[in-house]
Design a protein around this ligand. Structure first.
Ligand code: ADP
Ligand code: ZN
Length: 289
């Protein structure tokens, strides 16, 4: 039996299941402070005899196994979680292998194994929600270097008519600063869900996301691009991306059929938790080897 945690900025989803994505029980708690949230996680897992646990976490996190702070949440703006030794806390409580990666890397893994990119050895998973982040599977493995990628904070060209200053506390008008849910809300003065009828909102959103996708394509050449997160519930954004991307690329590279290439998660809102089960599975396999 495998345990999975999808640790998000607003909620923790916990599940028990197996590496085929089969989920036996699932629950969720609000993300408050570690002393409150983690005991709830432990209480939930206690009923089961777990072989391993996988965590897909909000970040930035330390995924470098040679680092002294491996397994920690690092420089998050959520101060109570800053420098929290996430992996260590679970290892101490359950004494099982613990897999640890970003929430979007977990989702990319889930989608590559069991979702929209099933059968492919490469995909990109992007979430457009409270923040923007992406995870990549490249040649069958999660892409990792010095640390995990942070693809939400790339720079994009500003739309000539867009006066909004941007919401990223680090870079102001990076992609996340211009196009994540809170930026949409602040620019237009209304929650995204209430802006459905305002075509210009979603056209601008697609304008920025298409630029990002072009850069991801040029650098990683993923075989499938999967877009999830609250903002992508606006189907119009897909339409705008599929309009702007070919204009930007301008036939420099051949684009696949976009309706099949740029898609919603095949696992729906279960991509992250399913990927976290796979992280648990990987951690268990590594232990055996
Ligand atoms: P999180 O990123 O916190 O895990 P979500 O992916 O649900 O959560 O993203 C939340 C963001 O998405 C909020 O900024 C919210 O306003 C926006 N959002 C949620 N649903 C919709 C929708 N149907 N249309 C447009 N924006 C939405
Ligand atoms: Zn930024």
């Amino acid at each position: 039996m495998l345990g999975a945690i999808e640790a998000g900025g607003t909620k923790f989803v916990c599940a028990v299941g197996d590496e085929t994505g089969n989920i036996v029980e699932q629950t969720q708690f609000p993300t408050t402070v570690p002393n409150e949230t983690i005991p709830q996680v432990m209480e939930f897992f206690k009923k089961y005899q777990l072989d391993a646990i996988g965590i897909g976490s909000f970040g930035p996190i330390d995924v470098n196994r040679d680092s002294l702070t491996y397994g920690y949440i690092t420089s998050t703006p959520k101060t109570a979680w800053k420098n929290y030794p996430f992996v260590q806390a679970l290892k101490e409580a359950f004494d099982v292998p613990v897999g640890f990666n970003t929430d979007v890397n977990a989702a990319a893994l889930g989608e590559a194994a069991l979702g929209a990119a099933k059968g492919l050895d490469s995909c990109l998973y992007i979430t457009v929600g409270t923040g923007i982040g992406a995870g990549a599977v490249v040649q069958g493995k999660l892409l990792q270097g010095l640390s995990h990628p942070e693809m939400g904070h790339i720079l994009v060209r500003r739309h000539p008519d867009d006066q909004y200053q941007g919401k990223c506390p680090y870079h102001h008008d990076c992609l996340e600063g211009l196009a994540a849910g809170p930026a949409i809300e602040e620019r237009w003065g209304e929650k995204g869900v209430n802006l459905a009828e305002r075509a210009e909102v979603w056209d601008l959103e697609g304008y920025y996301l298409a630029q990002a996708l072009m850069q991801y394509m040029l650098i990683l050449s993923p075989k499938k691009i999967i877009l999830g997160g609250g903002v992508m519930h606006q189907e119009q954004v897909f339409t705008a991306i599929r309009k702007y991307l070919p204009e930007l690329v301008n036939d420099y590279i051949a684009l696949p059929e976009l309706s099949d290439y740029i898609v919603s998660p095949g696992l729906g809102d279960k991509a992250g938790i399913t990927g976290s089960l796979l992280l648990a599975h990987q951690a268990r396999q590594e232990e055996i080897r």
